[in-house]
Design a protein around this ligand. Sequence first.
Ligand SMILES: NC(=O)c1ccc[n+]([C@@H]2O[C@H](COP(=O)([O-])OP(=O)(O)OC[C@H]3O[C@@H](n4cnc5c(N)ncnc54)[C@H](OP(=O)(O)O)[C@@H]3O)[C@@H](O)[C@H]2O)c1
Length: 328
Amino acid sequence: MSKLVTIFGGSGFVGRYIARRMAKEGWRVRVAVRRPNEAIFVRPYGAVGQVEPILANIRDDASVAAAIAGADAVVNCVGVLTERGKNGFEAVQTEGAARIARLAAEAGVGQLVHLSAIGANAESDSDYARSKAEGEAAVQAHFPGAVILRPSVIFGTEDEFFNRFAKMTKLGPVLPLVGGNSRFQPVYVDDVAKAAVAGVLGQAEAGIYELGGPDVETLHDLMVKMLGVIRRRRLIVNLPFWVGSVMAFGFGAMQALTVGLIHNGVLTRDQVRQLRRDNVVSDGAKGFADLGIDPTDMDAVLAEYLWVYRPGGQYSALQDSARNLRNT
Ligand SMILES: NC(=O)c1ccc[n+]([C@@H]2O[C@H](COP(=O)([O-])OP(=O)(O)OC[C@H]3O[C@@H](n4cnc5c(N)ncnc54)[C@H](OP(=O)(O)O)[C@@H]3O)[C@@H](O)[C@H]2O)c1
């Protein structure tokens, strides 16, 4: 019987790449999520029955224990960027992470890989960063052999970073930014998946790895790059942090007034706090080099999925060649 890995959050942006890679490795894959009916797209990653979505909520002991039962390895890819109802930072990123590690240890699981984030810090004023650090500490306490991955911002076809800003360019001639001078080290989603797979296969030493791509750039410069790829001109306006905080307060108030019916997925005050800091690999941290992974350059990937935002969309290449013909 082939080995079994349970991937909590295996239908998410990162989780699906890990699920695909684990299926290619010949493992059986359990994708444990709250809405397995929306995760059936993972089934074709393997042979019939090899990859199966199942119901689990990491806020609940019984469903987590059932999802882990019989697994040789567990990966936790569940995280929240903005709090939504009961799926808050503490419930998911601290208590949920601790629950998975505790139940995995009790079940005698061989390997645990946990997804955290660069900037995880128990002293941070950001609830996101603090909950990530507390989650890491709990994971290490329950499962000392765990491999913890801290990526910088992740890019790839389904990302919520370049796609979101590229969508914003359709709204008008100005692209407002908060934290334009903060530095990021974008990392390719499949490289994060490779790191997770190394952890599952026991090819990575226990401990914390910080994962960043080959380039460190400010948010402003990343937007210049993105605009170049989508061939649009926009005025990038770096807003001061206090303006960002006021805007985030407004969006938050709108969410509160509508009792959560309108969710603030635009900008929260917690995100403004995170944007004040650089999001890059720290000096001396273990990283891709220790895992034998050569991280992918952004330039090799961005055009592959951001072309949809070009003025001509799928016809932009055709328009270019027509323009070239006219010019000859
Ligand atoms: N994306 C980035 O740029 C980035 C950067 C740094 C770190 N990270 C970390 O990397 C990890 C993966 O991020 P991602 O971008 O792939 O997240 P994502 O796309 O939002 O995926 C989240 C996944 O978790 C599941 N989920 C959410 N709440 C759950 C719960 N209570 N119980 C069980 N499943 C739950 C979701 O499915 P259902 O909704 O169906 O449950 C989904 O499959 C997270 O820990 C995140 O903090 C991400």
